[in-house]
Design a protein around this ligand. Sequence first.
Ligand code: IPM
Ligand code: MG
Length: 365
Amino acid sequence: MTYKVVLLPGDGIGVEVTNAAVRVIKTVAESFNVSMEFNEQLIGGSSYEKYKNPLTDETLQACYDSDVVFLGAVGGPKWETLPHNLKPEAALLKLRKALGLYTNIRPAKIYNALIDASTLKKEVLEGTDFIVLRELTGGIYFGNPRGFDKDRGWNTMEYTREEVVRIAQMAFKLARMRRKKVTSVDKANVLDVSQFWRNIVHEVHKDFQDVELNDMYVDNCAMQIVRNPKQFDVLLTSNLFGDILSDIAGMITGSLGMLPSASIGNKYALYEPVHGSAPDIAGQGKANPIAAISSVAMMFNYSFQMQKAAEMIETAIEKVLVQGYRTADIISDGCKLVSTEQMAECVIENYHEIFNQQAIGVFTL
Ligand code: IPM
Ligand code: MG
């Protein structure tokens, strides 16, 4: 069995964290005797520089031919003034749409060793473990009409029944594997599209009566994530609300540099760290590769059905943090500052150790 992995490092620190991710993919694949074929392509600003196009047909075709896609990050100040359709971000949106990646899974889990890196109090955070399940190919990101002229700017927030049904089903299925609680986020007190979203989610819920469902307005939800994050299990959101709430969720865990994501459709899957391209620290070896490596764990879990491998990667990350290794974004007193590459190396060393222990039967999760 050979898996075809398309690598899209993109811009800024995307390149460094993708290198770290690839090293981990190779290590894990080798240990399980799975073969991986890598195909690296340009996307975003780096693609624009070469082809005046942030997403070429070649890159898109490579993704269509892939089993999985790994993306670093796109964007940067250099391309901010380009017209909308040439911006690096447009490439990512086009790719999500083209591959039909309507389910976006963003876990917000607290690593105990990092509890002090958060701006929130330890008591508030302890035991936090929820998922932002974000609809990724609809809503205001893609609605028409859109545009602006000299005097007016406009976008359209629209959802079809089918779009809400499929993401709501995902949320309930995911909740069934967890603590069986879905919080559906909307702004139904103001927006018609949100009232529609709420109605459909409740219709779908009829088939999942064993899962608890509650609705929450998005403004209240933003507040509740900071006030009492433990209350959440699966947060079901539209595209825009999920974008905002997942950044808040990421920050309570200490750093956006820790937050992985999986974007999944009926045929394709793309894994990417939630953080952006961080041009200010690009190329300096300062980026935290843990979000990228944790996205690799999600890849093994969801795309390759190798749950054991995924757990071992996650355990390796936890161990590295317990050992006190930190990149600059999560550094605190008494810890050891490491570069992006060194952090990847630490995870790999721990992975090997866990794998070997498991092979001789002493590994327990
Ligand atoms: C994210 C990012 C993207 C989004 C940008 C880069 C288009 O913020 O994945 O959260 O808004 O979806
Ligand atoms: Mg975002």
